[in-house]
Write a protein that binds this ligand. Structure first.
Ligand code: ATP
Ligand code: MN
Length: 148
């Protein structure tokens, strides 16, 4: 198995960070790149539920979300990954699981390492982790984290 690119998706929760020791360890052993991805959930797909959105307001909100995501991603990487030789930051907009799967294809990711849960942590697996596990063309290592 060749491991050149490892993907660590994060929702910026402390739960997602539980996967980090595995990510840094594995990438060190394989001499692989770390790809970090945060997905801004797109509000547009809720539109049919809540009626028409005020587009300019949504656009403004998304612009703010983009800026704040970039800041938080920078902070996380600086805090945890600065000693890693190579990491690449990604921000996407859309459905988290779909965007994770897209990045796997587009970047040629070899391995995904992610926590079983995220922000909410209600069930055995979070819905994003479950969708990625079920649909990923490459191995997914899930780190078991008990919901707090
Ligand atoms: P829920 O299904 O209710 O959202 P949850 O928040 O506990 O439950 P998930 O959302 O599946 O569980 O989160 C599990 C993992 O999926 C996170 O640790 C993270 O790696 C990834 N993930 C979740 N949301 C995002 C996101 N917006 N961007 C990137 N990765 C995400
Ligand atoms: Mn979640």
């Amino acid at each position: 198995m060749e491991v050149k690119k490892v993907l660590w998706p994060t929702d910026f929760s402390s739960t997602a960070e539980k996967a980090l020791p595995y990510v840094t360890d594995l990438t060190q052993k394989y001499g692989a790149e770390i790809h970090v991805l945060y997905v801004i959930e797109d509000m547009a797909h809720h539109e049919s539920w809540y009626g028409d959105f005020d587009r300019p307001r949504v656009d403004k909100l998304m612009e703010w979300a983009g800026k704040s995501a970039k800041k938080r991603l920078d902070q996380v990487c600086e805090k945890y990954l600065d000693s890693c030789p190579l990491y690449i930051k990604h921000i996407a907009v859309g459905d988290p699981a779909q965007e994770i799967l897209k990045l796997i294809d587009n970047e040629g990711v070899d391995l995904v390492v992610m926590a079983s849960h995220g922000q909410k942590g209600n069930y055995r697996f979070g819905s994003v982790t479950e969708k990625v596990m079920k649909n990923s063309p490459v191995p997914v290592t899930t780190i078991p984290v008990e919901p707090e």
